[in-house]
Every structure is written in C-alpha cells, then in structure tokens.
Design a protein around this ligand. Structure first.
Ligand code: S3P
Length: 166
C-alpha cells in the first residue's frame, strides 16, 4: 500500500495533466492520470468506450482505476474531471491531499480548444462545460484540501504554489 502525495481534481481544461507533471517533477515522483489508466486497461480510447459501451461503463472503469491508484500510486495523481462526482470516488478521496484546480472558461477553452475529443463536450462545448462546472464546483470545493486559482497563471507557477501549500 502507498498513497499519492498529491491528487489533482478539476474540470476538463484546468491543466491537471500539465500541472500534475510539473508538480511530479518538482517532487521527484511519478505522474499518473486515471484517464490513461482506463484507456490502457480497456485497450481503447475514452471516446471509443463512451460510444461503444456508454458513459456508465466508462464510469465503472474510472472508479476502479481511481480507487486502485489511491492505494498503489505514490506520486502525483490526476483524476478525470467527472471522477469526483462518483460517490465511491469521493469517499475514497477522504484523508488524501486533494488539490482543486479552479479555472475560467476562457482559460479552459484556450487550453483544450473544445476540439471534440472529449465525448461529454462534443456538442455545445461552451454551454456544456459551464453547466458541468456549475454542477460540479460544490463537490470539487468540498473534496479539496487545497483550492488553487489558476487564472492567468502558467502551469509552472501553479505547480510552485501547489508544492508550497499542499
Ligand atoms: C470527463 C473528463 C475527461 C474524461 C472523460 C469525462 C468529464 O477527463 O475523464 O472524457 O466527465 O469531465 P479530463 O478532465 O482529463 O478532460
């Protein structure tokens, strides 16, 4: 059993992957992303899983990946944006160092381009992102032990802040 030093949560486009890698580099540990774990274990992309099996099947794989990583990964862990909305995931996050990356839609759009690669954001990406962020924000805030405002800051600046405040 081991535990991640830092777990990153936040919506698509909050920079979980880029910032997570920068935090891991500073701490001299490995970075792991639960979306990648799911894709590797399924041998398919997240979009394919959504299309072929549906969102509930993806969420089941995601919960398994997060819960496994929380007890086996000792570095920095980034969760998919919707993962903390699952009760089993939220419960498993208890006692961990959880960092919420808060982001504006402008920065999120600039970062991910709303390019259709995320199945949940395939239609009306701006309106959908805003609706999801409004729904999810209370959960992100409640689960976070540290909230970081990323507005107008580089991944390196945010990573320095996380290392100092975790
Ligand atoms: C999702 C976010 C994605 C991925 C999946 C669903 C969501 O991860 O897990 O497409 O529900 O917000 P990122 O937050 O890394 O984009």
């Amino acid at each position: 059993m081991s535990r991640p030093q830092v777990v990153l949560i936040g919506p698509p486009g909050s920079g979980k992957t880029t910032t997570g890698r920068a935090v891991a580099e500073r701490l001299g540990v490995e970075f792991l992303d639960t979306d990648e774990m799911v894709e590797e274990s399924a041998g398919r992309s997240i979009s394919e899983i959504f299309v072929e099996d549906g969102e509930p099947a993806f969420r089941a794989l995601e919960a398994d990946a997060v819960i496994t990583a929380l007890s086996t990964h000792s570095g920095v862990l980034a969760l998919g944006g919707g993962a903390p909305m699952q009760a089993a995931v939220a419960q498993a996050l208890g006692g961990h160092t959880v960092v919420f990356l808060d982001v504006t839609i402008t920065d999120a759009a600039r970062r991910i381009g709303f390019d259709g690669t995320r199945p949940l954001l395939a239609v009306n990406p701006r309106a959908t992102w805003t609706r999801l962020m409004t729904q999810r924000r209370p959960t992100y805030e409640q689960l976070a032990t540290v909230s970081v405002d990323t507005a107008g800051r580089s991944a390196d600046e945010v990573a320095d802040d996380i290392v100092a405040r975790r």
